[in-house]
Design a protein around this ligand. Structure first.
Ligand code: COA
Ligand code: AMP
Length: 636
């Protein structure tokens, strides 16, 4: 039996002994004796009686081991023309001081702290400071509008909000203070305090509730690590679901720490002292797991990059970072490479850099489309590894286990289930499907350590969204199949979630915004293919009877409304006024049919992201008001 097969079998057949062994990777204050149990709702919980502090495990512990002078993070910000190195000792000290500052504001174990910050070292300091106190952080991505921030503040009820004075997008300085004030005004919950980290690019004017990060920290007494239980929450991270209200994915502490430490070894093959670079954002799960926590739990160095894959200054940015910081493993989203490929199709910029330090390239966030896979595979001498995961899983569900037993890659496949994840493909009735048969991708209980343990404040939603469709299984929301060799192919979402430039968005949420416009009678938002971003949202709108305005004006108003309510990150830039939308007899909009229209299946339009013309074709077809007609024709 291969090493992988043996490891996988042990993880599924003897989960308790398998994960008890992996738990030794973590410096617990009190090692767990209870490895797995099921809570009152019958959900798996890991390491309940273990005690630890993830900030201690990631920082203090490594300083104690003698890594104090090793860089913990290498911050590189071409958008502000700055670079900074923070050693493990410096990180620990800054985190302890900021934790002291938060403590001074009354933050205690279990309290929530919302963090709204760009890719600056202080974002990591703030996250670790919360963890140090046993407080629960909730990081909100900077591309979200005030309303989205307000929804999260309302739900998480933070005692404190921590923010920066601004973000920087390529060459635009985006002040944050107005966004925060507006969000707090819109929320019925008011945090006691806001701490603002003032950046050189823009100074925020502070109000009565606000504190200056530097002044507050200078006066603070450094705080020690507070012991928490393995099952205590580390963070809440909001992600898009099928409805307008985002789900607060709750992550525990012990299981997460163990899973991340295991993954750095068996998946990413990064050893203590080596450099890992994940080009994502602290606002997404990839950032939480593989910029902030996993590299430092492993005693490695994490590159923190404030910039884009292109235009900062050019499409050679990633190659420069890999070479300059001697990155061993690199991780980003396929859309980033589609952007690079567009600007530098022959990879000419790569010739300027020696990237022989890089031993593997990992991609996730969306399916690695075969053309991008082949482009990278031809360009680079290292394995190009697509791996699949979700905010909910917290770490990869399927991957090529590069640190355990590298396997041949297959274009379009995330390779094999990671040990701990009993991935199965089920049909509608819950029957297990055979090789090459496409169905719903589920994970048999128990989910391994590291996965979500609840939806913040809404146990019922946790059950209804994930656990009720197939009792005994977690519903991933993705469709796919397994081939004859056991390789997993994830083909896309089976619900109303879309993936735009590696960012997960809810069409339901956009529909709520569009539908609230006074001139809109009915609407549907669907994702259509885009050559660069994978998918883009498009709104199909029926105006109210008697609408006398110009269709173009309505389209522009709706685009502005989604940008204002959800944020620029929604990339909602297309609206089509249509006569009809396909509906069931009872009047429900047939979203599935609309999705297949957008997929091109209804019109026989070739529609993969390999085919940049498809967006235009779908656009034309819809504009020609064929949406309803096509459906009617089908019924006949
Ligand atoms: N703060 C404020 N605004 C932001 C933002 C942030 N952190 N991130 C993005 N935006 C804005 C952008 O400025 C843009 O605004 P615009 O409409 O005024 O131009 C809008 O949101 C859309 O951003 P994006 O979809 O990122 O488009 P882009 O053209 O700026 O960049 C890519 C395209 C592909 C280069 C970029 O999306 C990318 O690097 N994606 C990788 C994503 C990723 O790492 N995902 C995590 C999973 S691994
Ligand atoms: P997020 O929760 O933002 O990480 O988005 C998770 C979703 O992105 C998954 O449910 C998939 O639909 C998609 N996704 C992420 N990685 C992959 C991948 N490697 N292959 C296919 N889809 C992916």
């Amino acid at each position: 039996m291969s090493t992988y097969a043996n490891e996988f079998r042990r993880s599924i057949e003897q989960p308790e002994s398998f994960w008890a062994e992996q738990a030794r990777r973590i410096p617990w204050f009190k090692a767990p004796t209870q490895i797995l149990h099921y809570d009152e709702a019958n959900h798996a919980r890991w390491f309940a009686d273990g005690e630890l502090n993830i900030c201690h495990a990631a920082l203090d512990h490594h300083v104690e081991l003698g890594r104090g002078d090793q860089p913990a993070i290498l911050w590189d910000s071409p958008v502000t023309d700055s670079k900074r190195t923070l050693t493990y000792r410096e990180m620990r000290d800054q985190v302890a001081s900021f934790a002291g500052a938060l403590k001074g504001l009354g933050v205690e174990k279990g309290d929530r702290v919302v963090i709204y910050m760009p890719m600056v070292p202080e974002a990591l300091v703030a996250m670790y400071a919360c963890a140090r106190l046993g407080a629960v952080h909730s990081v909100v991505f900077g591309g979200f509008a005030p309303h989205e921030l307000a929804v999260r503040i309302e739900d998480a009820t933070p005692k404190v909000v921590v923010a920066a004075s601004c973000g920087v997008e390529v060459n635009k300085v985006l002040p944050y203070k107005g966004i925060i004030d507006s969000a707090i005004e819109q929320s019925s919950h008011k945090p006691d305090a806001c701490v603002i980290f003032q950046r050189e690019q823009h100074t925020a004017e502070l109000g009565a509730r606000d504190h200056d990060w530097a002044a507050l920290t200078a006066q603070a007494e450094p705080a020690d690590c507070v012991a928490v239980k393995g099952t205590d929450p580390l963070y809440v991270l909001y992600t898009s679901g099928t409805t307008g209200k985002p789900k607060g994915v709750v992550r525990d502490t012990g299981g997460y720490a163990v899973a991340l430490a295991y993954s750095m070894d068996v998946i990413y093959d990064v050893a203590p002292g080596e450099v890992f670079f994940s080009a994502s954002d602290v606002g997404w799960v990839v950032g939480h797991s593989y910029i902030v926590y996993a590299p430092l739990l492993r005693g490695a160095t994490s590159v923190v990059y404030e910039g884009k894959p292109v235009k900062t200054p050019d499409a050679g940015a990633f190659w420069r970072l890999i070479s300059e910081y001697q990155v061993k493993s690199f991780f980003t989203a396929p859309t980033a490479f589609r952007a690079i490929k567009k600007e530098d199709p022959d990879g000419k910029l790569l010739e300027q850099y020696d990237i022989s330090c890089m031993k593997a390239l990992f991609l996730a966030g969306e399916r690695l489309d075969p053309p991008t896979f082949h482009w990278l595979d031809d360009l680079l001498d290292v394995p190009v590894i697509d791996h699949w995961w979700q905010t909910e899983s917290g770490w990869p569900i399927a991957a090529n286990l590069h640190g355990l037993e590298p396997m041949p890659t297959k274009a379009g496949s995330a390779t094999v289930p990671v040990p701990g994840f009993d991935v199965q493909i089920l049909d509608r009735e819950g029957e297990r499907m055979g090789p090459m048969e496409q169905g719903s991708v589920v994970i048999k209980q128990p989910m391994p350590p590291g996965c979500l343990v609840g939806v913040w404040g809404d146990p019922q939603r946790f059950h209804s969204a994930y656990m009720s469709a197939y009792p005994g299984y977690y519903l991933t929301g993705d469709g796919g199949y397994v081939d004859e060799d056991g390789y997993l192919f994830i083909m896309g979402r089976t619900d109303d979630v879309i993936n735009v430039a590696g960012h997960r968005l809810s069409t339901g949420e956009m529909e709520e915004v569009v539908g609230a416009h006074s001139a809109v009678a009915e609407c549907a938002v669907i994702g259509i293919h885009d050559a660069l971003k994978g998918q883009l949202p498009i709104g199909l709108v029926i105006p109210k009877d008697g609408f006398e305005g110009r269709e173009d004006d309505l389209e522009q108003e709706l685009i502005a409304l989604v940008r204002e309510k959800i944020g620029p990150i929604a990339c909602f830039k297309q609206v089509l006024v249509v006569d009809r939308l396909p509906k069931t007899r009872s009047g429900k909009i047939l979203r599935k049919l609309l999705r297949s229209i957008a997929d091109g299946k209804e019109f026989g339009i070739p529609s993969t992201i390999d085919d940049p013309a498809s967006l235009q074709d779908v656009h034309e077809a819809m504009k020609a008001r064929e949406v309803g007609a096509a459906h009617e024709a089908r019924q006949v």
